[in-house]
Design a binder for this molecule. Structure first.
Ligand code: DC
Length: 220
């Protein structure tokens, strides 16, 4: 099986770009952030304080997370309930970043991610795919963009959804989440030594897709 690892900070376009490239190449796309989000959402829904590791450990004993691809689109299930539509809020984003520093959370999700890559040709995106989850991936890409560009894109996206949003709140969240993801002790966000760096600050979506496709095709 061929695996492509794409890591990078939030809002760099990893998931939308990976999804399109995966479709072109006939691979499945796995957005691993959705797994961390699924757990954060489940804990919040159950009224668990995200700093309370004992309650989290207990709830994990009865929590089953699965990914399914329906017409090439990833859905995430917790105990057989499809929660894909509930995990994209700012509260869940920050919650996912908060719990992702816990070893128990990372080890809970590790086997699932490796199993999917063992069974499929994948483009898997996240923060630690090239460094920890798939250290032997055939292609490793670190996809980034400036915090300002990422905040602008997110701002436009939310405006289109008519959400009442303040630009400064978005950039603050992005900077805070980058800091948390880069500075945690376990599996921090950083480029794998053998990764190719792609900066999309000055690339539009189609140019980014083109660039990533070229990097992958040059390696496989
Ligand atoms: O990619 P995303 O924004 O959906 O990810 C949400 C959070 O989940 C992110 O801030 C950190 C965590 N995460 C992680 O620690 N490791 C991954 N492979 C993917 C996401």
């Amino acid at each position: 099986m061929i695996s492509v690892a794409i890591d990078g900070p939030s809002g760099a376009g990893k998931s939308s770009i990976s999804k399109t490239v995966a479709k072109k190449l006939g691979f499945i796309h796995v957005d691993t952030g959705a797994l961390y989000r699924a757990l954060a959402y489940t804990f919040i829904k159950n009224g668990i304080n995200l700093g309370d590791e004992i309650s989290i450990e207990n709830l994990l004993k009865t929590t089953n997370v699965k990914i399914k691809h329906i017409n090439g689109v990833q859905s995430v299930f917790v105990n057989d309930e499809n929660i894909t539509g509930s995990i994209r809020t700012e509260e869940v984003s920050m919650g996912a970043s908060n719990i992702s520093k816990m070893p128990i959370i990372r080890s809970f999700l590790l086997g699932l991610q490796r199993q999917i890559a063992a069974e499929n040709n994948v483009i898997m995106d996240g923060r630690d795919i090239g460094t920890v989850v798939l250290p032997n991936a055939d292609v490793k890409i670190f996809l980034t963009a400036s915090p300002q560009k990422r905040a602008e894109r997110r701002y436009k996206e939310l405006l289109e959804k008519n959400e009442n949003i303040v630009y400064n709140d978005i950039i603050e969240d992005i900077i805070k989440r980058d800091y948390q993801d880069e500075h945690r002790e376990i599996a921090p966000l950083k480029p794998a030594e053998d990764s190719v760096l792609v900066d999309t600050s000055d690339l539009n979506f189609d140019e980014s897709v083109q660039k990533i496709t070229e990097v992958i095709e040059a390696k496989i």
